[in-house]
Design a protein around this ligand. Structure first.
Ligand SMILES: [Zn+2]
Ligand SMILES: [Zn+2]
Length: 221
């Protein structure tokens, strides 16, 4: 039997292929090394356009690469991991989870305590995990506290991700996955079993402001 590996993975990252993302493959590799991460899930908003390019670069540099997408469901954002097809946006939460499961993916409730959405009451145990630490969430400590309580109530695995859109945000939060091996299957099965430790902090204000300025610049062309 293999010794257990403690893998550090940021499970929520947006790239230049997201309408609001900035991160290029080169920048991602640079930051993964800086933060000593073992890998990352690419979770652009409602698109998988960037996957092929990022997979190639991440594999070349020896990082674990998880294909994914952040699906905009009705009143909720759902991280779909191990998904290589586009899941339609705007569907009900349960319908979206079904489509993700049909395609062999994991459905994770992203930043569930976005209080203005008020959808946490509708959350069911049908998710595979809850993102309890999201480094971009505001207010951070409040969101983390309630998301952890929610995951405990639903008896679901707990994961963390940065929700980075700018490369310096990658790794601000990450999930420690206690895997038996380094393969994608090992990692996904371990997350499903809940052998995970969510870690992370709020992204510092000066980096958030820089992100906003760069995104605005990109939108204005
Ligand atoms: Zn989101
Ligand atoms: Zn996101």
């Amino acid at each position: 039997m293999n010794p257990i590996l403690l893998l550090k993975l940021d499970l929520h990252v947006h790239t230049i292929y997201s309408y609001d993302g900035l991160i290029t493959p080169k920048e991602l590799i640079w930051q993964l090394r800086k933060k000593r991460l073992d890998g990352v899930a690419i979770t652009d908003h409602d698109t998988i356009r960037g996957w092929a390019k990022f997979e190639k670069t991440l594999n070349k540099h020896g990082f674990i690469a998880i294909p994914g997408v952040e699906v905009s469901a009705k009143n909720a954002h759902i991280l779909a991991l191990n998904i290589k097809m586009r899941i339609p946006s705007g569907l009900e939460i349960d319908e979206t989870i079904d489509l993700i499961h049909d395609d062999g993916g994991l459905a994770i409730a992203a930043h569930p305590v976005a209080v203005y959405r008020g959808w946490t009451r509708k959350l069911s145990g049908r998710f595979d995990a809850i993102e309890v630490v999201n480094a971009s969430s505001f207010p951070f400590y409040f969101s983390t506290f309630f998301a952890k309580r929610l995951a405990a109530r639903l008896k679901l695995p707990q994961v963390a991700g940065s929700d980075a859109h700018y490369y310096r945000e990658v790794g601000a939060a990450y999930t420690i996955v206690k895997a038996d091996g380094f393969s994608l299957d090992d990692v996904l099965q371990t997350i499903e079993k809940g052998k995970t430790i969510p870690r992370g902090k709020f992204i510092p204000l000066h980096i958030r402001l820089k992100r906003e300025a760069l995104i605005l610049k990109r939108k204005l062309g």
